[in-house]
Structures are given as C-alpha cells and as structure tokens.
Write a protein that binds this ligand. Structure first.
Ligand SMILES: NC(=O)c1ccc[n+]([C@@H]2O[C@H](COP(=O)([O-])OP(=O)(O)OC[C@H]3O[C@@H](n4cnc5c(N)ncnc54)[C@H](OP(=O)(O)O)[C@@H]3O)[C@@H](O)[C@H]2O)c1
Length: 247
C-alpha cells in the first residue's frame, strides 16, 4: 500500500517508516532534514520516495498534495509536529504560529485533500498523531496542548463522517515518548527518559490504524490517566499539569 508519512526524519515517524517498510508498504517520507531521510531510506526494504519540505508553511501542504495527486496514496499519516514549553506571556509568538500551522492547518489540509480522493476510491486510511495532551489543558505548553485537543476532536469527528465510506481515521494519542520532541520543545524536567520507546508507540499506532480503530492511547498508564481525568475536577487536573510543566 502506498503510504505518505509526514515527519519521518526522527522519532515516531521514523519508526513508523521502518515498521511499514517491513510490512511491505511503499513509502513517501516528508521532513525538512533531507540527510536524515536519505539515511533512513538506505535501511528500508521497500520502494521509498523522500521529499524535503517545510510543512509549517501551509502553502507547502497543498504543494505536497499536487505533487502526489497522481500517485494513488492509500494511507496518510499526519505525524509531523512540535511543542514549546514556557510561560505564554514569554514564548515566541512566531514559533507558536508555526506550531498551529504545522500541527493543525497542514494536518487539516492534507486530511481534506487526500480524504476526498480516498472516498472517491472507496478505500483508504488516515492516521493523525495527537497526544494524551489533547485530553486536558496544558499550562506552560498551552498552544501545544490546544493543537492536540484540536487534532483529537477533528479526527474523531472525521472518523464518524467517513464511516461507511471505506476510509478509516485513527487518532494516535501517545504519552511521553523518547524522541527528539522534548529537546525541540525545550522541556528541561528530564521526565522524557521515562517515556515509552518510539518503536513501541509506532507499532501500537500501526496496528490500530490497520484495524481501523478510532483512538489509540499508548500504554496502560496513559490509558489510566485519560480515564482518571473523568473523576478528577478539570481545574485540579490543570493545576497538576502546571506543576509538572512549570518553568
Ligand atoms: N514524543 C512525545 O512524547 C510525544 C507525545 C505525544 C505526541 N507526540 C507527537 O508525535 C509526533 C511526532 O513527534 P516525535 O515525538 O516523534 O518528535 P520528533 O522526534 O521531534 O519528530 C518530529 C518530526 O516532525 C518533523 N517536523 C517538525 N517540524 C516540521 C516541519 N516544519 N515540516 C516538516 N516536518 C517537520 C521532524 O522533521 P524535521 O525536523 O527533519 O523537519 C521530525 O521528523 C508529533 O506530532 C508530536 O506532537 C509526541
């Protein structure tokens, strides 16, 4: 199956590419760091095309679709994303606008353009990478948590709209995962070393997507924390997150 993965140069996207190649998928991999994508391509067993592109420029999302329109993409994985830790009144607004463009707008544009073709064909799969952060407000990473709340809600609603069309939508909600995420987000609490491996998270996401499952929350602790949220007042949950992430 021809599969497009955004953000395949490291972390979860990188591991997804390896898993999907082992499973026989033909791949199209997108990220800004071409050297990383080339190094990954050498390790893969299946036909792989790499595209160097900055997807925080939303014009590039449409450009990417135009480039691939005739390629019959059967699976779309919207994985590229980043976060930023800090006080809202101090964090860089330009970086946060880029985050909204990448985590939200590009994901919506690619979902819309590719899902239209998939529905016409009567088959296809989309996996959007949200986060357990999508379930709660996130002081000191406010914009990131808010983007992931959008991705979660958007994906669940789209899954419902497309049910019966032959196209499934899966939203992957990892908790802390050992990738480059914390370094990029300038998170200094050192907690990510206790996170799940990117390989495990990618495998859980892959299996859920292939089954057409709507939501995959990775790992028992993350499932439990999402479940507990229903019994703990939202303002208390928000205060706990603030304690963990305060700068
Ligand atoms: N790690 C966690 O704890 C965690 C938890 C929940 C959810 N997530 C989500 O999982 C997804 C993958 O993140 P990760 O943890 O694997 O982090 P990562 O190792 O930093 O990987 C992020 C990927 O996104 C790509 N990317 C970033 N900005 C981009 C841009 N402007 N244009 C194109 N590609 C871009 C990066 O490639 P280049 O830098 O080469 O462009 C990289 O391949 C993200 O959506 C993240 O929010 C992560």
């Amino acid at each position: 199956m021809k599969t497009l993965i955004t953000g395949a140069s490291s972390g979860i996207g990188y591991e997804l590419a390896k898993i999907m190649s082992n499973e026989g998928h033909e791949l199209i991999l997108v990220a800004r760091r071409k050297d990383r994508l080339e190094e990954l391509k050498k390790q893969l067993k299946t036909k792989t095309k790499i595209i160097q592109m900055d997807l925080s420029d939303i014009k590039n999302a449409e450009k990417l679709y135009s480039l691939l329109k005739k390629e019959n993409v059967e699976i779309l994985v919207n994985n590229a994303g980043f976060g930023l830790n800090g006080k809202f009144i101090e964090t860089d607004m330009a970086a946060e606008m880029e985050m909204i463009d990448l985590n939200v707008k590009t994901l919506v544009i690619l979902s819309k353009l590719f899902s239209k073709d998939m529905v016409k064909k009567g088959s296809g799969k989309i996996m959007n990478v949200a986060s357990v952060a999508g379930f709660i407000p996130g002081p000191y990473m406010n914009i990131y948590y808010s983007t992931k709340a959008f991705v979660l809600s958007f994906s669940e609603a789209l899954a419902e709209e497309l049910s019966g069309s032959g196209v499934t939508v899966t939203v992957l909600c990892p908790g802390m995962t050992k990738t480059e995420f914390d370094k990029v987000a300038k998170i200094k609490n050192g907690m990510f070393k206790y996170g799940m491996s990117a390989e495990k998270v990618a495998m859980l996401g892959y299996k859920a997507m292939m089954k057409g499952k709507r939501i995959e929350i990775t790992g028992c602790m993350n499932k439990l924390s999402v479940c507990l949220r229903k019994f703990v007042p939202r303002c208390l949950m928000t205060r706990i997150v603030a304690k963990i992430q305060s700068v």
